[in-house]
Design a protein around this ligand. Sequence first.
Ligand code: PEP
Length: 250
Amino acid sequence: MSARRPLVAGNWKMHKTGVEAREHVARLRALLGDGELPAEVAVCPPFTALEAAARAASGSPIGVLAQAVHEAASGAHTGEVSAPMIVATGAEGVLVGHSERRAAGETDAQVAARVRAALDAGLQVIVCVGESLAQREAGETEPWLAAQVRAALTEVRADEVGALAIAYEPIWAIGTGRTATPEIAQQAAAHVRAVAGERLDPGVLRILYGGSVTPDNAGELMAQPDIDGALVGGASLDPDGFAAIVRAAS
Ligand code: PEP
């Protein structure tokens, strides 16, 4: 049996105000109940709703993560938010390197620096990696993933493995309804684990799958030996559906 507890995180992207976040978390709390859950659970609201979500989740098994972070602790970076600011909201972690951020210009070097800044502030980190359709069709998936993983982990120490998870999110599967097959997801997750294993204990590191996860496909994806949970976008906006995905974790 795996020692890795599954993690199911919901990335709300640019959805929900503070009031809506509070209502959503309250509903999710009720749906998940007080009993033992098959997975660790987290939601990732926009910055403006972090504090409301963290308050609503207080004392529950629901963790709250931000969706992005800047590498500097403070300074002249208009529109950015630092790791200490995220900590001050009551949130416990952050996504780094989501493909929507990378498409907007976030570089591998920034991802590495942001992972470091988040860990230094005591935040949990989910680093996202994934290939485009063109890269997959050109047979470039494995070297691309290896390069992204190695770059993201440049400044991570071996003893920080418990504070970090990697989400394998093929770009062609995000928000498209075109979920990776369990075989494709497993193969990529195994590769990510092997490469990350150059720095971090591969038996402890959690690898998530993300890309059009739904209550219908979550169980089979999370049952793969190298997939330790899910990063869920669109389907996490519905508390009932998200709770069903949490319950599908093996
Ligand atoms: C995501 O945003 O990380 C994601 C996986 O989105 P979706 O589930 O909507 O494909």
